[in-house]
Design a protein around this ligand. Structure first.
Ligand SMILES: NC(=O)c1ccc[n+]([C@@H]2O[C@H](COP(=O)([O-])OP(=O)(O)OC[C@H]3O[C@@H](n4cnc5c(N)ncnc54)[C@H](OP(=O)(O)O)[C@@H]3O)[C@@H](O)[C@H]2O)c1
Length: 357
């Protein structure tokens, strides 16, 4: 079995170790897992954080961690303890050997040697969704993984009643051309919102195709907040989704976000969210706090989220996966290096099924 382990280092080339003959995992008795033959893994910025920051001084985390969270793959074995692999969904769509499934595992799995960058992986059955009709494994890993689950969870913070109705709402998406942003634009547009997107000029066409009606090129303006203020004019936003983590975008938001509007950030920065949380949630307005609602969102990957995102694909709300590039398993270092540029348009994918299982 081919796959990777890693130990902390700043560059992917130093961190990743390729193995060409690792043992295939056995499902223990009464396992609640599915054994998957992985076909594709999609990368996320969090994978780079793991590579660089894995605290190897914690003994538990020294046991050959395996990188990779997002996956798509074929079910080759079903654990004896799995009662309904598609838990919570209609029992008629229970998963069988041979089905293609997708989703994401969490950091716990990565740190304990059960990440997804390997040919065979045992994944808890409750974490998976079926690959949507007509979609390939790369597309499915990219959208039903961390990025799509995050985009959907951000939208759910705004439409809390589950109505899926954003008609009449005007939203701003910062970082619209990334893995999260490309799904977020599609969901907001699909639910009827008017979407303004912030990205660089080269990605304007892409985000317009995905559903943005206005595009602001952040590289063409010295002060982003000034151009947003100018363009929003008499039509302030109902919500701002920040997929880049620009503190000044929040601090200036009273100029372009409605008093009742919500600012949702997913980037915690070097302090992993502590500094923005204290600055933006705990500082009273009297002491200079910004008078707008702020939330710092952290995804916990789940099968429910993955299945809800898959349903949005089936319902044609999410129309496509945006794939920046695809690499072979043996080229994983290059894939991580591409991700590390911070310039990917949509998802960076690693193709794992090289035809020799
Ligand atoms: N809190 C959570 O649970 C959670 C979950 C998922 C992701 N995240 C975080 O959210 C961020 C986005 O994730 P992702 O997967 O979308 O990353 P990504 O795919 O690597 O994002 C790359 C994109 O970001 C754009 N970009 C870079 N700097 C920008 C800027 N200043 N303004 C506007 N766009 C900019 C790039 O476009 P250009 O080349 O045009 O600049 C590129 O298309 C990451 O920091 C990630 O760690 C957090």
């Amino acid at each position: 079995m081919k796959g990777y382990t890693y130990s902390p280092a700043f560059t992917p080339g130093q961190a990743l170790t390729f193995h060409s003959s690792a043992p295939r995992p056995d499902l223990p008795r009464d396992s609640t897992c599915l054994l998957l033959r992985i076909t594709h893994v999609a990368l996320n910025p969090a994978d780079l954080v793991c590579l660089r920051l894995l605290p190897s001084w914690i003994p538990l985390l020294r046991s050959n961690p395996v990188p990779g969270m997002d996956f798509a793959g074929e079910v080759v074995e079903i654990g004896a303890g799995v009662t309904d692999p598609n838990a919570g969904a209609d029992s008629s769509c229970s998963i069988k050997v041979g089905d293609m499934v997708c989703g994401a595992v969490g950091l716990k799995e990565v740190f304990t040697g059960r990440g997804t960058l390997a040919e065979f992986v045992a994944v808890e059955s409750i974490l998976v969704a079926k690959v949507p009709t007509g979609w390939g494994g790369g597309e499915a890993a990219g959208v039903m993984g961390i990025a799509g689950q995050t985009a959907w969870a951000m939208v759910k913070q705004v439409v809390r009643d589950g109505s899926r109705d954003m008609a009449g709402m005007r939203v701003l998406i910062n970082g619209a051309s990334g893995g999260v942003g490309t799904v977020l634009v599609q969901i907001c547009k699909g639910f009827g919102a008017d979407v303004a997107a912030v990205c660089s000029g080269v990605n304007e066409r892409l985000v317009r195709e995905l559903g943005a009606s206005e595009v602001i090129d952040y590289r063409a303006h010295a002060v982003l907040e000034d151009v947003i203020t100018e363009q929003s004019g008499e039509r302030p936003f109902d919500a701002i989704f920040d997929c880049v983590g620009v503190q000044t975008l929040y601090e200036h938001s009273p100029r372009y976000l409605k008093p009742s509007g919500q600012f949702i950030n997913i980037v915690g920065g070097w302090s992993q969210g502590v500094v923005p949380f204290i600055r933006n949630k705990m500082r009273p307005r009297l002491l200079g706090g910004t008078p707008r609602s702020y939330s710092l969102f952290l995804l916990s990957a789940s099968g429910d989220n993955a299945r809800e995102v898959a349903a949005l694909v089936e319902q044609d709300v999410i129309k496509r996966a945006v794939i920046d590039s695809e690499f072979l398993l043996e080229q994983a270092v290059e894939a991580f290096e591409k991700l590390a540029t911070g310039r990917a348009k949509g998802k960076v994918i690693i193709r794992v099924d090289t035809g020799c299982s």
